[in-house]
Design a protein around this ligand. Sequence first.
Ligand code: BF8
Ligand code: SF4
Length: 672
Amino acid sequence: MPRYRDLTHTARPSDAPRVVDPKNPIRTTDPGALQMLEMIKDKNIETVYDRVVAQQPQCAFGYKGICCRICIAGPCRVKKEDGPGSRGICGASAYTIVSRNIVRMIAGGAASHSEHARHVLHTAHALVDGHADDYEIKSPAKLHKLAEKLGVATLDRGDKDILRDVVEIGYADFGRYQDRPLAFLDSFMTEGRRKKFQHTNIMPRNIDGSITELIAQTAMGVDSDPVNIIFGGLKSALADLGGEYIGTNLSDVLFGIPEPIVSEANLGVINPKMVNIAVHGHNPVLSEMVVAAARAMKEEAVKVGAEGVNIVGICCTGNELLMREGVYLATSSASQEMAILTGALDAMVVDIQCIYPAVQTIAECYHTKVITTEAIMKVPSAQHIAFNTTTAMEDAKKLIKIAIEAYKHRDPKKISIPNEKHKLVAGFSVEALTEIFSKINPERPISVLTDAIQSGQLKGVCLMAGCNNLKRAQDESHITVLKELVKNDVFVISTGCSSGAFAKFGLMSPLAVDTYAGEGLKSFIQTLEAANPQLATGLPLVFHVGSCVDNSRAVDLAVAMANELGVDIPKVPFVASAPEAMHEKAVAIGSWCVTMGLPTHVGSLPPVEGSDLVYGITTQIAHDVFGGNFIFEVDPVIGASKLLDALEYRTWKLGIHRQTAEKNDTAIAQGW
Ligand code: BF8
Ligand code: SF4
């Protein structure tokens, strides 16, 4: 059972307002977006900040998860405590309806992440088959490491041969029918987690089958047992993690393992003197090519009077390129429309996921071309250029040409770029972090982190992840949770739009360490810097580990810490937080975080409050079974305090168990 130091804190959220200022359209704290809103205030331009206000109040049945639309006898709503109104037409109870709805969100998330992974896999497959000449194996080291984990022979073999076998295993992971675990997932698991997943029967054997099974399990008239439904959901959540693992690792093989890199973030990175192209979405397969094409086409931009081509990123495509290429991050999820409103964005090239259809509506008031590139992602009126890995560079050049042409049609009167931008240091793959730690302890690099926690210098590690959700002002919860954690000496790693928030606010900079880090964290970072003089840039307050699929990197770190400490993940002082979760992908990630044994804070309530049973399973019983649990808390200060309690409890218990093991000369206790 989770325990909180403040006795007024319970597994239920505080009574902080669920939707802050429901009528206030200034629903952002991002300084770049705020400047933009000021610039357009008399222009009658509709943005996401207006639409979220227009949607208030939102449907309470949907909010609590007690509206069922799974068959067309419905929609059915749970309207009463008892009697016929307390169930759907088929007799489904609140707990059935709530659990079915939430696990279908996990299926959506798993499908999204794995679709991304499948594309990277197809690209690697095309490369080994000789149909993707514009790509290469940029990191043979990563390939060899991955092959070793997957049991693929490497001795006296060419890299393409090795990659072919790795790709085959990846494809098998999508559709395996033999009773064997998903290979990519199994390859990095701790022994304790492996046993737990087998024992609870949630170890997936494939990705596609887990998702399909879950949709079938939750169809009208199939499973009505909420516990069984939730366990089905957790199997898909683990399939989601397997997909993320494929995505991250193969992207590293094809595009390189991220290393510390300097860049800048917020709307001020849009350069009025250059052809500006925003790449938006998630998939590095396309955007890496756009970056390469832009470098090659500088002269064509100069011919139309620009100084060159400036690629800027939005959302996780932005994170992928920031991590590996140092490409500027223009903005993140909720403020994506703002990039077009600068009047200086010549094209927005999108791939998949988190792209508001509204970008096209806004682009029509400007010269900006929105270009979709994937068969499953089109927007009415936007131009579609099918992107093909076989003709990748040619396709990317076509996109740049469209942007250069659009540049000629800019309206100078409409250009207004916020002057907001901040320096940052990103690129902290687990390999990069390990390298930094190894300068202090080359034999056991991760002990540098775990020793700092056990000595009390650090309180633990927190993964901060997730989206924007405008029920509260954009980025406010990300920033507040981060400040509370670092003030209390937590080593924070971040992904996705959480990273976006920190980058845009200047908190991903070495300069922020002095201002915001507690004494323990500050001295820890200073020790790392002193041991790593080659990192001329210094180290940031918060360590960017990548895009949303790169949450798998956080698991790699948690596993490495567990192995170093000789325990399973539920005993490691490691927590997660998604202060502004929005997407189905976030529901899938949060669910596998809990299943992997992490206390996981979510700052926007998912639709589970309609069933006390489901709420109790996710926030309390999950802790007994898996060692991780959800902490649903909308107030970011209270959310952070609950995370700190979870870290403190773990460190205390770990210390007690270590002392006892040393005293009695036994192995460390594994219970949590
Ligand atoms: O995949 S954090 S809003 S961009 S879903 Fe989307 Fe959420 Fe951003 Fe990245 Ni992740
Ligand atoms: Fe209503 Fe049952 Fe159909 Fe859901 S499955 S819409 S509760 S009849």
